[in-house]
Design a binder for this molecule. Structure first.
Ligand code: HEC
Length: 125
């Protein structure tokens, strides 16, 4: 009995450690609301506005939407939009990619995680 309890406790400890190691979890529903800050410039239906569309952006190479005129800085950045790369870019776009034309940053880590979770939920075009 005691043995079983110890086993359960050690499994719990391992899973808690695993959670702490993972990056902060995002809430896509909240992310959709926060996307109001982005939707003036970004569509999620594939069309270009003053910024490129963001549906399918998670996992996509940077600066590859056809017909959108990106800054040379973003085209030459050699980035792929992993969740980590998006997080760094959104925290400070001009710091992450000097010369990018996107200047809007999202300072709260939870807000970034929520927005990224929302973008991820949109899938491809
Ligand atoms: C005022 C307009 C504006 C707002 C608001 C804005 N962006 Fe942008 N965004 C841009 C522009 C312009 C670019 C293209 C940057 C370049 O070419 O250097 C861009 C590029 C991007 C890219 C790279 C896309 C690609 O195809 O490589 C991502 C990701 C992005 N924005 C996310 C966001 C998110 C998330 C928000 C909301 C928090 C947001 N942007 C708000 C104008 C904006």
């Amino acid at each position: 009995m005691l043995h079983a309890l110890r086993l359960i406790l050690s499994i719990a400890a391992v899973s808690i450690a695993g959670l702490a190691a993972a990056s902060i979890a995002g809430n896509p529903v909240r992310g959709q609301q926060l996307f109001n800050r982005c939707s003036g410039c970004h569509s999620v239906q594939g069309e270009n506005k003053s910024g490129p569309p963001l549906n399918g952006v998670v996992g996509r190479e940077a600066a590859v939407v056809e017909g959108y005129r990106y800054s040379p800085a973003l085209m030459n950045a050699g980035l792929t939009w992993t969740e980590d790369a998006l997080d760094t870019y959104l925290a400070g776009p001009t710091r992450a990619v000097r010369g990018t034309r996107m200047t809007v940053s999202v300072s709260r880590e939870q807000d970034r995680a929520d927005i990224i979770a929302y973008l991820k939920s949109l899938g491809g075009q």
